[in-house]
Design a protein around this ligand. Structure first.
Ligand SMILES: *[C@@H]1O[C@H](CO)[C@@H](O)[C@H](O)[C@H]1NC(C)=O
Ligand SMILES: *[C@@H]1O[C@H](CO)[C@@H](O)[C@H](O)[C@H]1NC(C)=O
Ligand SMILES: *[C@@H]1O[C@H](CO)[C@@H](O)[C@H](O)[C@H]1NC(C)=O
Ligand SMILES: *[C@@H]1O[C@H](CO)[C@@H](O)[C@H](O)[C@H]1NC(C)=O
Ligand SMILES: *[C@@H]1O[C@H](CO)[C@@H](O)[C@H](O)[C@H]1NC(C)=O
Ligand SMILES: *[C@@H]1O[C@H](CO)[C@@H](O)[C@H](O)[C@H]1NC(C)=O
Length: 484
């Protein structure tokens, strides 16, 4: 126990050492995670009083069976205690179709700092927020139509997840976040072995484009070492993700100056010239960070690129995540969100009735976004470190990769996404380079919803979705039937 705690503290300090690539480190990590499943069996967590909902309590979890919003499928919510002091909150919904044979999807929201509840209630979950947050309605486009879906609040410190120790208050790196999610999955499968036999798709949006490759890579390594549960990692799915910052961050210039919803339709406009010049400095700084990943170099790259490339274009009155719509930041509680309904999510999640149903402490305050964590990740430059480099080993080993992007999102735009997929050093690289774009039709209709390029018999696929931002609208398309 003491060892485990110590290990987590040390890990916090590792930060930029690319811990997920260090085999010695990984064998140690895995040993400790395996151990925790056993040791956890002697540790009784006593953080709760008695509650009125049905709960299943083990030594490493406390799980409620809520009767919220989607009452005709099996659902769970609650905590896995991934260490003595780290408590990861999740919600799980079984598939509406065939839960015992449909795959399992792990959904990772972005930020860094966004709660999984944002995706659940605004994007691809079974219940959509309604009525100012007083209720929810059935989402006909839910991913649970065809899959069992896990929504997690990660890293620890986000949403309802928390640390009960001052020492481990927040997570500070992508690699550390991934190790925690991996520990969560091991505990989830230990408790619910019926889902461990299903193929797993690791899906992420926005900054989830960085988390998901790290989590997939952790699973890949764990499977090759002696994991308690070998996880059937089937694919990685990234929706308007940021994954290869060196390619994607500078691509914002092409997007705002030549893209389908260009802010500056004249590529020779003064704004475009200024942005291009900043982009070349930004590239240099990101390159330096990836060569010599230390916090001062990477933090500097992150600050420069944000202030010179993103801040100027974010001054527009449009919704950065969907340039087809306005963003009235003054109408919203926090300017980083352009969707009014995000405030409804906070109202709902903080409703005492909802907390009771989810078996969450009454005084635990829910926020969509952990600003402190976001600032910390930015200051350390975690968001300019290349996560794409983790993928070739997986793709070459048979893990499928889907990168999809609504073409109205400016922040993790489709131009940059297509570029990094072209650049990805897999055995399908040459084939992908010459792959033709085909129309992507909505199933059962004559509607062209986008265009698709693929290689390796479809194992490496890029989809540009027309007339969609990231977020809500993107997730009304029938993507899953096409992929899983
Ligand atoms: C790999 O991990 C081990 C064990 O944590 C550590 O001693 C070693 O310094 C690490 N190596 C690198 C290159 O980070
Ligand atoms: C916790 O572990 C102990 C020792 O293995 C066991 O006796 C006890 O039943 C466990 N408690 C729960 C709630 O599973
Ligand atoms: C995995 O387990 C086997 C059998 O117990 C053992 O021989 C091997 O050394 C272990 N490998 C690692 C990396 O721990
Ligand atoms: C990071 O790099 C800078 C510039 O090369 C150097 O001055 C600094 O000491 C390094 N910091 C760490 C923690 O290695
Ligand atoms: C934005 O919202 C504020 C507060 O609701 C309102 O006063 C203002 O008129 C709105 N601006 C636009 C351009 O809609
Ligand atoms: C594509 O992925 C599947 C599933 O992992 C694998 O069986 C197949 O061999 C892969 N195809 C190619 C062309 O690599």
């Amino acid at each position: 126990m003491v060892n485990f705690l110590l290990f987590l503290v040390i890990f916090g300090a590792l930060g930029h050492t690319n811990a997920s690539e260090n085999q010695t480190f990984w064998a140690g990590t895995l040993g400790r995670i395996n151990n925790w499943v056993d040791v956890g069996a002697q540790y009784v967590f006593s953080g709760y009083g008695s509650r009125s909902v049905d709960v299943i309590e083990t030594n490493f979890s406390r799980i409620a069976v809520p009767n919220l919003c989607e009452t005709d499928v099996k659902q769970y919510s609650g905590y896995f205690h991934i260490s003595e002091s780290k408590h990861m909150f999740f919600r799980f919904f079984e598939s509406r179709s065939s839960p015992s044979t449909d795959p399992l999807i792990l959904w990772l929201q972005g930020g860094p700092g966004d709660s999984g509840a944002v995706g659940l209630l605004l994007e691809n979950g079974p219940c959509s927020i309604a009525n100012g947050g007083k209720s929810t309605t059935r989402n006909p486009h839910s991913w649970t139509n065809h899959a069992n879906v896990l929504f997690v609040d990660q890293p620890i410190g986000v949403g309802f997840s928390y640390s009960s120790s001052e020492l481990e208050e927040l997570v500070h790196s992508n690699a550390q976040a991934a190790t925690d999610v991996y520990a969560f999955l091991q505990l989830f499968f230990a408790q619910f072995p019926e889902y461990a036999t299903l193929p797993l798709h690791v899906a992420g949006e926005s900054y989830g484009g960085i988390y998901a490759p790290h989590v997939a890579s952790a699973i890949w390594k764990g499977n090759r070492l002696n994991a308690t549960t070998k996880i059937r990692l089937e694919s990685v799915m990234l929706g308007n993700g940021i994954t290869d910052p060196l390619i994607q961050i500078p691509s914002i210039v092409d997007y705002v100056c030549t893209g389908p919803f260009a802010l500056y339709p004249d590529p020779e406009a003064a704004e475009c010239k200024a942005l291009r010049s900043s982009a070349s400095t930004c590239k240099m700084l990101i390159r330096a960070c990836n060569w010599y990943p230390n916090e001062s170099v990477c933090g500097r790259a992150s600050r420069y690129c944000r202030s010179r490339l993103f801040e100027p274009v974010m001054k527009s009155d449009l919704n950065w995540y969907d340039l087809r719509t306005p963003c009235n930041a003054t109408a919203l509680p926090r300017p980083e969100w352009c969707y009014e309904k995000t405030s409804w999510v906070e109202n709902y999640m903080n409703d005492p009735k909802v907390k009771r149903a989810l078996d969450v402490d009454a005084d635990r305050k829910y926020q969509n976004f952990n600003m402190e964590m976001n600032r910390d990740f930015n200051a350390r430059g975690e968001g300019v470190l290349n996560a794409a480099r983790l993928l070739p080993e997986l793709v070459d080993g048979g893990v499928r990769l889907l990168v999809y992007a609504g073409n109205a999102d400016m922040m993790a735009n489709f131009i940059g996404n297509q570029r990094w997929v072209e650049n990805l050093d897999t055995k399908f690289k040459a084939e992908f380079a010459i792959s033709e774009a085909r129309d992507w039709m909505l199933s059962g209709t004559n509607t062209v919803a986008g265009r698709v390029r693929s290689a390796g018999g479809g194992n490496l696929t890029f989809v540009e979705v027309y007339e969609a931002g990231s977020g809500t609208c993107l997730h009304t398309i029938n993507l899953l039937q096409f992929w899983i």
